[in-house]
Design a protein around this ligand. Structure first.
Ligand SMILES: Cc1cc2nc3c(=O)[nH]c(=O)nc-3n(C[C@H](O)[C@H](O)[C@H](O)COP(=O)(O)OP(=O)(O)OC[C@H]3O[C@@H](n4cnc5c(N)ncnc54)[C@H](O)[C@@H]3O)c2cc1C
Length: 393
């Protein structure tokens, strides 16, 4: 039997950061993970460069049944605190767009940072370890694992969400929550590409590889970023973002020219270039390949501008500015970056992540019903929630 002050299950972003934080207070800490390697999602993240935080992080960048839940942790350990740590390790980084900070070199540097922090404070990290049972006793928790028995005063569940099962994702955290009488809000894949109905897919697959700036709107939420046509459907940041707000059956509105009043522009073109074809006018703003395909898809006849009536121009502008697209579904957990939903935050103190009804039991990171937008917010939640739990676990 190994006696520890703290056992953390899950050697991902939140678990490793929490372990190092608790150990820095002098606590004896062991991290257990069933995977052979630690931090696998970090290594894959940001195209291998890890978008480790966002300079503009606020509670408004998170989806959670309780919109106030993230406030305390995010203010106790901010994006600037993590940026400070990244600076201490001499890791070079850059802002890609919209406050998103990426390593210049490699996501491996973030895993090394976490492992160095763990090593500095004598955290034991045990991989390839299956957790068999967890039981509560009067002084804490008892774990039976494939690598022996553990007893601890504080138990931290940091097993993440369901996205990318190939990287080690399991529903383990939800099962433990249920074992301790907690509710799990329904989960589904988020930050995920859309798949399309057959007709849409057949026409739009021809555009595979084309990307444009666009705004996506669903459930009163709008994102103004890029969209990317793929051979399976639609992806790109504005699509991934809106997928977190989309429910099966919903229509997504896509504005393919968010910064322009297209009706005004088309009317102007009609006056100034009456003999020019519509497709030529549209090529001012779109790649020609996209125009050819979309005119057919929207059933718009291509002819000289003078041949359109005012109402027709308005209709054409509306097709491009308020394209009503009904996705067939999403690519699911296989490619999703995160899981929407999770362990209901009502069961926890927002200041410490400790369960209200189970002293010494903590849930942190993505396993909770906290889902960040695309752009480094999910890692910031891992750092902030891991830190506050590590302060008291
Ligand atoms: C491809 C991809 C790219 C991403 N890019 C970014 C990005 O650039 N920026 C950003 O902010 N977010 C990004 N994310 C999201 C981010 O990776 C997660 O939100 C974050 O890793 C969550 O941290 P976590 O510690 O809660 O969970 P995880 O990092 O998923 O860690 C959970 C750990 O628990 C372990 N585990 C699971 N089940 C068990 C079990 N039964 N027993 C023992 N151990 C178990 C897993 O092996 C894993 O090591 C990306 C996600 C993916 C999939």
């Amino acid at each position: 039997m190994q006696d520890q002050d703290v056992v953390v299950i899950g050697a991902g972003a939140a678990g490793l950061f929490c372990a190092a934080t608790a150990a820095a207070r002098g606590r004896s800490v062991t991290v257990l993970d069933h995977a052979k390697k630690v931090g696998r999602k970090i290594l894959m993240s940001g195209g291998g460069r890890c978008n480790f935080t966002n300079m503009y992080t606020s509670h408004e960048n998170f989806i959670c049944d309780n919109p106030h839940f993230t406030k305390s942790a995010l203010s106790q350990y901010t994006q600037w605190d993590f940026i400070g740590l990244v600076n201490d390790y001499g890791i070079a980084y850059h802002e890609k767009t919209l406050g998103q900070l990426f390593c210049d070199d490699s996501a491996k540097q973030i895993v090394s940072l976490l492992m160095s922090e763990c090593a500095k404070h004598q955290v034991t990290v045990t991989t390839a370890c299956e957790i068999l049972t967890i039981n509560k006793h009067e002084k804490g928790y008892h774990l039976s694992t494939s690598k022996g028995q553990y007893s601890c005063e504080s138990l931290v569940i940091a097993t993440g969400g369901l996205s990318m099962p190939k990287l080690g994702a399991t529903p383990f955290g939800y099962q433990i929550a249920e074992q301790f009488g907690m509710q799990v809000t329904p989960t589904r894949a988020a930050l995920v590409p859309f798949t399309l109905h057959t007709h849409d897919k057949d026409v739009l697959a021809e555009l595979s590889g084309v990307s444009v700036e666009a705004a996506t709107t669903c459930a009163n939420t709008r994102f103004n970023e890029g969209i990317l046509f793929t051979h399976r459907g639609l992806s790109g940041p504005a699509v991934l973002q809106i997928s977190s707000y989309w429910e099966a059956g919903d229509t997504v509105e896509i504005d393919l020219l968010p910064s322009l009043d297209l009706t005004v522009e088309l009317n102007r073109a009609q006056t100034q270039q009456p003999n020019v074809q519509l497709s030529t006018v549209l090529s001012t703003w779109f790649p020609r390949r996209l125009i050819a395909q979309l005119l057919g898809y929207f059933e718009i006849e291509n002819k000289p501008m003078k041949q359109y009536q005012g109402k027709q121009l308005e209709h054409i502008a509306n097709q491009f500015k308020a394209w009503q697209l009904k996705p067939n579904g999403t690519e699911g957990y296989r490619t999703a970056e995160v899981t929407l939903g999770g362990v209901n935050t009502d069961h926890f103190s927002s200041k410490t992540m400790e369960a209200k009804d189970h002293k010494g039991l903590f849930f942190i990171g993505e396993v909770l019903d906290v889902t960040g937008w695309l752009g480094g917010y999910n890692f910031q939640w891992a750092w902030s929630s891991g830190y506050v739990a590590g302060q008291v676990a």
